[in-house]
Design a protein around this ligand. Structure first.
Ligand code: THU
Length: 159
């Protein structure tokens, strides 16, 4: 028997420690939370995606009365980036959220499993790691690659 150890290193920054570019992406993600359509969960999520040429696109969660028909902010942004800029790979992504009272989350937001899977494929498509900023007012987690968010990943290599 042996143990397989998987280690992930996450940088934790306070807002004043962010670079200008990082702050811009955080601001875009926070602004996107105000474009969320979340009449059912009242959980307002925003995502901002930075592409290789510096273009930033954003998305927010879009809910539906038929609950599973809605989509998370991350996938809205990533799919939009792929649809609008197919040859411009994703380099960085920031996610932010506000709670039902409208306040930004203290704890860095954790992307759902389905979004991690979609981000993994975006990373493989980009051919290099996508950095992820998970925004919280208590601190910002900076994750260096989607693989750090989704170890033991399932991808096309299994097919
Ligand atoms: N949601 C996101 O948009 N991103 C996440 O990372 C977690 C969850 C959305 C889906 C749904 O509209 C609401 O938040 C509550 O789950």
């Amino acid at each position: 028997m042996k143990t397989k150890l998987i280690q992930v290193s996450i940088l934790v920054k306070e807002e004043q420690e962010l670079s200008k570019d990082e702050q811009k992406l955080v601001d875009e993600a926070c602004q996107a939370t105000y474009r969320s359509y979340a009449p059912y969960s009242h959980f307002y999520v925003g995502a901002a995606v930075e592409l290789a040429d510096g273009t930033i696109v954003s998305g927010s969660n879009q809910e539906n009365a038929a609950y599973p028909s809605g989509l998370c902010a991350e996938r809205t942004a990533v799919f939009y980036a792929g649809a609008r800029y197919p040859d411009n790979p994703i380099r960085r992504l920031c996610i932010a959220a506000r709670d039902s009272g409208g306040s930004p989350l203290c704890r860095p937001i954790a992307p759902c499993g389905a979004c991690r899977q979609v981000l993994l494929e975006a990373e493989q498509r980009a051919g290099r790691p996508i950095e992820v900023l998970l925004y919280g007012t208590d601190g910002i987690y900076i994750v260096h690659s989607i693989k750090d968010l989704l170890p033991l990943e399932f991808d096309e290599s299994f097919l």
